[in-house]
Structures are given as C-alpha cells and as structure tokens.
Design a protein around this ligand. Structure first.
Ligand code: SF4
Length: 148
C-alpha cells in the first residue's frame, strides 16, 4: 500500500477487531511518518495505520459500494431514505430499540406513541425553520479525499 506521500506500508498483520472479526492491520514505518509534514492530516497519531477486511470481504464491500453508485440502486434506496432517518431519530431520542413493555399490544401502543412524538418533533422543527442535517462524510472518505 502506498500513502499520498509515496511511502510504502511496512507491515500487514492478521488480527481481530473489537467484534472478533478477522481484519488486517496495515502500518507504515514510524521512520517515514514521524518526520512527515502531512502527519496531522493522516490516519493514526504517530504513523499511518489502516484496518482492512480480508480480501474476499473487501472485494464484496467495494462491489457493494460500486453498486451504490448505479441508478437502479439509487432508485431502490430512495424508497428507504426517509425511513432510515426516522428510525435513527426514534432510536436516538426515544429508545426505539427496546420495548419498555411486555406483550405485543402494549408494545404496539408504544410504537404508535413514538411515531406520534416524532411527528410532533418534526412539526416543531418545521415551524422553527430547522432544516434536516446532512450526512457526515466517513473518516475513510475524508482520507481518500486527502489522497486525491
Ligand atoms: S504520515 Fe501519512 S502521508 Fe506522511 S509518510 Fe506517513 S503515511 Fe505517508
């Protein structure tokens, strides 16, 4: 692997991530990174480190990301886009992931109350002229932007 300054990675080590999945840790030499003027813009503190998935998973991930750029995918995803934001808001603000009640009837009632509360929050935001926030770019995308 080559960094934006043309230095080559010094080690590729098989490891496990926090969820015990196979990963590969790629590190660059401290002797290259320590004197580098672009270290503050790079990944890692003392030297560039990257965590990659095994090759077959990485290729599947890249293929999926490439598929995300197609018009067909965007057409499908457009149907989901609104509900993703709604689920996220309900999870963050109202603990939607866990039911506070036992039994389907009470849980359903809680879901209806949550949906109503979200509608009220959105009406309130709309009245105050608040715009929906944009999705943050991932750290990996930022690293690619730096490399380009
Ligand atoms: S700090 Fe980043 S850009 Fe600089 S030599 Fe190391 S890997 Fe390359």
């Amino acid at each position: 692997m080559t960094c934006p300054q043309g230095k080559t990675s010094s080690s590729w080590t098989p490891a496990h991530d926090g969820k015990n999945r196979d990963v590969i840790k790629v590190k660059f030499a401290q002797s290259d990174c320590r004197p580098c003027l672009h270290r503050a813009d790079c990944t890692g503190h003392t030297r560039r480190t990257l965590t990659l998935r095994p090759q077959d998973q990485m290729e599947a991930l890249l293929a999926a990301r490439q598929n995300e750029q197609t018009a067909t995918f965007r057409g499908y995803y457009r149907q989901r886009a609104g509900i993703e934001g709604t689920h996220s808001q309900a999870t963050r603000t109202m603990g939607l992931r866990r039911s506070r009640y036992i039994g389907l009837r009470k849980t359903h009632l809680a879901h209806v109350a949550t949906a109503t509360a979200i509608n009220l929050l959105r009406v309130d935001a709309w009245v105050r002229g608040e715009l929906p926030s944009q999705t943050r770019p991932s750290p990996l995308r930022m690293a690619f932007a730096l490399a380009a």
